[in-house]
Design a protein around this ligand. Structure first.
Ligand SMILES: [Zn+2]
Ligand SMILES: [Zn+2]
Length: 132
């Protein structure tokens, strides 16, 4: 390659920009795909979460899954995850239902419905029973 200082402002350089953008998007897509596979460990057991069926109101525990999931009672795919929180500030305890991935994303911005504090802590799941 010969560099000539007088011809650095050629319009050809602009042609590269869309390619760079496409390349960046590809890299981001690959990174996201990689992270998603990393976030789904196959060998480790998934955490057990609480679920409630919005069809028959049955409560049960199941492995971590993206809701809605199938209810063992009525077999409808209407069970959503339930998480209990306690506000560290006013000690208010409230429950949050997660119906979709979007709800899950929104959990990070959750605030206490009583005092508006975001100092929340997870309440322990239903007291852990000994596995038989
Ligand atoms: Zn049900
Ligand atoms: Zn509060």
């Amino acid at each position: 390659m010969v560099l000539s200082s007088n011809e650095t402002q050629q319009p050809e350089q602009k042609k590269q920009n869309p390619l760079v953008v496409v390349g960046l998007i590809l890299i981001i897509v690959v990174c996201v795909a990689f992270m998603i596979t990393r976030l789904m460990p196959k060998k480790y057991p998934r955490p057990i979460m609480n679920y409630v069926c919005e069809n028959c109101d049955a409560r049960f525990r199941a492995e971590y899954q993206t809701p809605p999931i199938k209810c063992p009672e009525c077999e409808e795919k209407k069970a959503v995850r339930v998480i209990k929180y306690q506000c560290k500030k006013c000690k208010h305890i409230f429950e949050r239902r997660i119906r979709s991935m979007d709800d899950e994303m929104a959990m990070g911005m959750l605030k206490c419905p009583k005092c508006g504090s975001d100092m929340l802590m997870h309440m322990p799941e239903v007291p852990a029973e000994e596995d038989k």
